[in-house]
Design a protein around this ligand. Structure first.
Ligand code: PLP
Length: 421
């Protein structure tokens, strides 16, 4: 994460802009995104992947329109999961052919909007969902492409449970049901099965595991094509490309992964015309983002040193939800050596409100600025902004040396007005 941050001053900078300057102007908590990092990460992945692999950004990781715009301009596709994300596609005038729609519990409104936008394919999570998509397609007088999301009998073992491996889950159709489902849905007139989708582990840093898992997915695709006489157009291998969070964790070697993908593509000739889709979220948007928070209090309780920040799990839920620390620095004391071990907590009235445990930091004083790195993915979007009625932070993007406000801060009085007395 820090490879992108200029280290030559005692204060942290992003894209040449001093963090302290940003917090003065936009207040804290504040999300800051570096446009250059998004571009670098996309380009790094694009260059590493063979041409048959298409990149569709998992919008759920960071749906800010400014992030979407950069990726859209770079030619990226999009994996959406809600009516809001479909609405973002519409607002940004992104061609539907660059969109897949994945996720359980698709509502009738979502299905209708996706059909209206002419998306490339629905990755379907159940037989009932397929029947509902078929009815909606019939109403719209269209034939719709679908892929079957498969809950496979194999998975990469996750270090932290996020997708859930091979257990019973709401995602996809169990592998042992898939042939029967294909038999039944093939009779429907307004949908056509053209793809399969498998996503069974998140935050994977080992390219060999990703390649081995993909090989299993390709075998499944071959079985489906052989036994069900289907000609598949795409195989969606999901997201899950990890980024380093802990000290000492290594970057995912995407060049080696691309080489493995290329070899697999050559090896399985029956799939030579099938396009692969990969749906990274975190890999593209994680490292571009920093959450800046102000230290409101410092105290010791029963031997534990606490730093209380103005951001809590209302703004940044991931560390508490996933039980994983993000890299943390004190932005105005970047060149100070760590002095103590702290627990960093937010201002909410719950002991769940913990943003970092056993964090080594320099001596902390009230007014210091704590920076949480790798907060670009599942940061702003995976929070609970209304809990305890604090301000909802602004998001700014640094682009070509300029700071752009990409979502304004919302003060509590603004959303309190939404209540009807
Ligand atoms: C269907 C789907 N695709 C892609 C992703 C992106 O995963 P990641 O950010 O780990 O790459 C997710 C994340 O939950 C997902 O549910």
């Amino acid at each position: 994460m820090l490879e992108y941050i200029k280290r030559n001053t005692s204060r942290l900078q992003i894209g040449g802009i001093d963090f302290e300057e940003l917090t003065r102007q936009y207040k804290t908590p504040l999300y800051v995104y570096d446009a250059e990092i998004i571009r670098t990460k996309f380009q790094r992945l694009r260059d590493a992947m063979p041409p048959h692999v298409h990149i569709f950004y998992a919008m759920k990781s960071n749906p800010n329109l400014a992030v979407i715009r950069i990726l859209a301009e770079l030619g990226c596709g999009f994996d959406v999961a809600s009516i809001g994300e479909l609405t973002a596609i519409k607002k940004m005038a992104i061609d539907g052919s660059r969109v897949v729609f994945t996720g359980p519990g698709k509502s009738d409104d979502e299905i209708a909007l996706a059909i209206q936008l002419g998306i490339y394919s629905f990755n379907c999570e159940s037989e009932n969902e397929i029947i509902r998509i078929n009815s909606a397609a019939k109403k719209a007088n269209k034939k719709i492409k679908i892929g079957l999301r498969v809950n496979t009998d194999y998975a990469i073992k996750e270090t932290i449970k996020m997708i859930g491996g091979t257990q019973a889950k709401k995602f996809g159709i169990d592998e042992n049901q898939i042939f029967d489902v294909i038999d039944r849905v093939s009779k429907l007139e307004n949908v056509i099965v053209v793809g399969i989708h498998v996503f069974n582990a998140a935050q994977v840093l080992d390219y060999k595991q990703l390649a081995a898992n993909t090989k299993n997915i390709l075998r499944l695709a071959c079985d489906i094509m052989d036994h069900k006489n289907l000609s598949l157009e795409y195989i969606d291998i999901g997201g899950g490309l990890g980024i380093p969070y802990a000290e000492g964790e290594k970057e995912l070697d995407v060049i080696a992964l691309g080489r493995e993908f290329s070899d697999l593509h050559k090896e399985i000739s029956s799939l030579s015309t099938v396009r692969w889709i990969v749906e990274p979220g975190r890999y593209l948007s994680g490292e571009c983002g920093v959450l800046l928070t102000n230290v409101v209090d410092v105290k010791t309780s029963r031997g534990v040193r606490f730093v209380i920040t103005d951001a809590g799990i209302n703004n940044f839920l991931r560390p508490a939800l996933i039980h994983q620390n993000h890299p943390v620095r004190v932005s105005n004391k970047f060149d100070h050596e760590p002095a103590n071990i702290y627990r960093v907590e937010g201002p909410l009235c719950t002991s769940l409100d913990c943003l970092g445990t056993d964090v080594k930091l320099p001596d902390i004083e009230m007014g210091d600025t704590i920076a949480f790195f790798n907060a670009g993915a599942y940061g702003f979007s995976e929070s609970m902004p209304y809990f305890l009625s604090h301000p909802i932070p602004a998001e700014v993007m640094v682009k070509r040396g300029k700071v752009i406000l990409v979502r304004r801060r919302i003060e509590p009085h603004e959303y309190i007005e939404h209540c009807i007395i």
